[in-house]
Design a protein around this ligand. Structure first.
Ligand code: AMP
Ligand code: SF4
Length: 495
C-alpha cells in the first residue's frame, strides 16, 4: 500500500513531540522482583538518566516508587524493601523537551477496570496528539504531558472483554514506536510495535520470566535470553506461562538502526545481532569506503570505540586511546562558566597529548547531529598537537528528524540538513570528513548489498533509516492529526 508509506515529510508534527529515549524492564514470578528490577535498570541506565521508577505487585496490591535522577539516586534500600512482590515493571527515562517532571516519570500507575495497572513505555507514538485531543474532548483528564498516558486512557475507556483485550485494542489504536510493559493483577504484558522500531527481548530467570529493552539487562541479573519479542507481538506472562498474541501484522519490519549506531549498549544483542560487532563492521566498511593516510585511529568514547577499532583493523593503522572521558559527570553536574570554558576547563573529555602530538589522526565518531561534538573534539585534538585530524563518521549524514523516540533534533538543527559534506568539513574544522554510505551501513548490519530499503516488501525492509533518507516506516501526523502523508502525496510517495 503505497499510501501507507508516503514520501518524505520532514516537518510532520514538528511543533509538538515528546522525545523519549527510555529503557523498560519487567519481571514475573521472581523472588525479590524489585531488587532484580533495580539491577536491571542499572544496566539500562544509558537509555535514560532523567527519571527512574519501579512498580510491583503483591497480593493484588500495587506498590510504586518513582523519582527524578539516576537509578542510584532514586532508590534507597527502604524504597526497595517497600516494593514487595514477585512481579515488577521498571523504567528509566530521558526527556529532551521541557517535560522533565515527576508526573512524566514512569511506570505510570492507574486504577482501571477496578484494579491497578502500571505501564512503562519506550518509544514515541506518532498519533498521540490527535488521540489525546479526542480523549480530552470525551472528558478524559490527563495528568502528564507524556504520550504514554494516552494508552492508559484508551485502556480505561475500553468496554467489554478482559484487561488484556483492552491492552490489545489500545495498541491497535496507537501508531508509532513502542516497547511497552504492563503490570496487571493477573499478569505481566509486554508488547513491541508492529514495525519493531524499538527492541525488546524475553528472558528466563529461574522459574520466573523477565522482559527488557536490551539483553545486557539479562546478563547483569543472571537471566537467560530466550528470544526477541516479535514486531506486533504481545506476550501475556502469568501463572500459566508465556502466551504470545499477535495483535498486529507487521507491514514492514523497521528496527531503528540508531539502536546499533549509538543508542544500545555494545554488549547487547538486538534481533540476533551483537551491537559491538555491528559497530565494528560499520567501522570496517567506513575504512574501505573512506581510507586516508594517518598514523593513529582514535574513537570518541564510549559509543564510537567499537567502530574505531573496526576502522583501525581494516585500515591497518594502530588504534589508540586518544580521548578519555570522565565517567563521573552526572546530569546534575554544574556546567563550568563560559569564562572557565574559555580558559580551557574541559571536564567531560580530554585528549591524550602523547598519543596525538605531531600525528595524523583519524577521529571516528558514530554520528553528527548538530556538529557541536565533532567541532569541539577536532579543536581539542589540535590543541593537543595533532598535525592533521580526519573525521570519519560510522553512519550516514542525519538529515531528517526522528519521530520514534530518538532525540536527533529538529530538522533545522541538523548540520547535514543544511550543509554539504564539504561545508561540514569546514564547519567542524577538520582536514577531511567522510560518512559511511547507507548501503555500507546496511551491509554492516548483514542486510546484503541490495538492501537499501527502497520499498515495502523489498529485501531492505528490515530497518528504519528514516533519519538518513526521510522515508518513514509509519504514517506521520501533524499536530491536528491530519495524516501528513496524504498532504505529501504529491511528492510521489515511496521511491
Ligand atoms: P552533535 O554534537 O549534536 O553532533 O551530536 C553528535 C554526538 O552525540 C555524537 O558523538 C554521538 O555519539 C552523540 N549522539 C548521537 N545521537 C545521540 C542522541 N540521540 N542522544 C544523545 N547523544 C547522541
Ligand atoms: Fe531510528 Fe532514525 Fe528511524 Fe528514528 S528515524 S527510529 S533514529 S532510524
Amino acid at each position: 500500500m503505497k499510501g501507507e508509506w508516503g514520501g518524505a515529510w520532514p516537518d510532520a508534527g514538528s511543533g509538538r513531540h515528546w522525545h523519549e529515549e527510555c529503557g523498560v524492564f519487567g519481571a514475573w514470578g521472581c523472588d525479590h522482583a524489585a531488587q532484580l528490577t533495580y539491577y536491571a535498570l542499572y544496566a539500562l541506565q544509558h537509555r535514560g538518566q532523567e527519571s527512574a521508577g519501579i512498580a510491583t505487585l503483591d497480593g493484588g496490591e500495587m506498590f510504586h516508587h518513582r523519582g527524578l535522577g539516576l537509578v542510584a539516586e532514586v532508590f534507597g534500600p527502604d524504597d526497595l524493601e517497600r516494593l514487595a512482590g514477585k512481579a515488577a515493571v521498571g523504567h528509566v527515562r530521558y526527556s529532551t523537551t521541557g517535560a522533565n517532571k515527576l508526573v512524566n516519570a514512569q511506570p505510570m500507575v492507574f486504577d482501571v477496570h477496578g484494579g491497578p495497572l502500571a505501564l512503562g513505555h519506550n518509544g514515541n507514538l506518532v498519533n498521540a496528539g490527535v488521540l489525546r485531543r479526542e480523549l480530552e474532548g470525551q472528558g478524559s483528564i490527563f495528568q502528564s504531558t507524556s504520550d504514554t498516558e494516552v494508552v492508559a486512557h484508551l485502556i480505561a475507556r475500553h468496554r467489554g472483554g478482559s484487561l488484556v483485550d483492552a491492552i490489545e485494542d489500545s495498541l491497535r489504536t496507537v501508531q508509532g514506536a513502542y516497547a511497552f510493559v504492563f503490570l496487571t493483577p493477573d499478569g505481566l504484558v509486554a508488547a513491541r510495535d508492529p514495525q519493531g522500531l524499538r527492541p525488546m527481548a524475553l528472558g528466563r530467570f529461574g522459574s520466573g520470566w523477565v522482559v527488557a529493552s536490551e539483553t545486557c539487562a539479562f546478563d547483569t541479573i543472571g537471566a537467560e535470553f530466550v528470544r526477541d519479542i516479535e514486531p506486533g507481538e504481545l506476550l501475556v506472562i502469568d501463572a500459566g506461562g508465556v502466551r504470545p498474541v499477535r495483535f498486529a501484522e507487521a507491514a514492514r519490519k523497521a528496527l531503528c538502526t540508531f539502536e546499533y549506531i549509538y543508542f544500545a549498549r555494545p554488549d547487547s544483542d538486538i534481533d540476533g545481532r551483537n551491537v559491538h560487532l555491528v559497530r565494528k563492521a560499520m567501522g570496517k566498511r567506513l575504512a574501505e569506503e573512506a581510507p586516508t593516510e594517518a598514523d593513529v585511529v582514535i574513537g570518541v568514547p564510549d559509543s564510537s570505540i567499537s567502530a574505531a577499532v573496526g576502522y583501525a583493523e581494516a585500515a591497518g593503522i594502530p588504534y589508540e586511546m586518544g580521548l578519555i572521558k570522565n565517567k563521573y559527570i552526572g546530569r546534575t553536574f554544574i556546567q563550568p562558566s563560559q569564562a572557565l570554558r574559555e580558559r580551557g576547563v574541559r571536564l567531560k573529555l580530554n585528549a591524550v597529548r602523547k598519543v596525538v602530538e605531531g600525528k595524523r589522526v583519524v577521529m571516528v565518531d558514530d554520528s553528527i547531529v548538530r556538529g557541536t561534538t565533532s567541532r569541539r573534539i577536532v579543536q581539542m585534538l589540535r590543541d593537543a598537537g595533532a598535525r592533521e585530524v580526519h573525521v570519519r563518521i560510522s553512519s550516514p549524514p542525519v538529515r531528517f528528524p526522528c519521530y520514534y523516540g530518538i532525540d536527533t533534533s529538529a530538522r533545522e538543527e541538523l548540520l547535514a540538513a543544511r550543509l554539504s559534506v564539504e561545508e561540514m568539513t569546514r564547519a567542524i574544522g577538520a582536514d577531511s570528513l567522510a560518512f559511511l554510505s547507507e548501503d555500507g551501513m546496511l551491509q554492516a548490519l548483514g542486510a546484503g548489498p541490495e538492501a537499501a530499503g527502497r520499498g515495502p516488501g523489498g529485501p531492505g525492509d528490515t530497518f528504519c533509516n528514516a533519519c538518513f533518507h526521510g522515508r518513514y516506516p509509519t504514517r506521520l501526523y501533524d499536530d491536528l492529526g491530519k495524516h501528513v502523508m496524504e498532504m505529501a502525496a504529491h511528492r510521489g510517495g515511496y521511491s
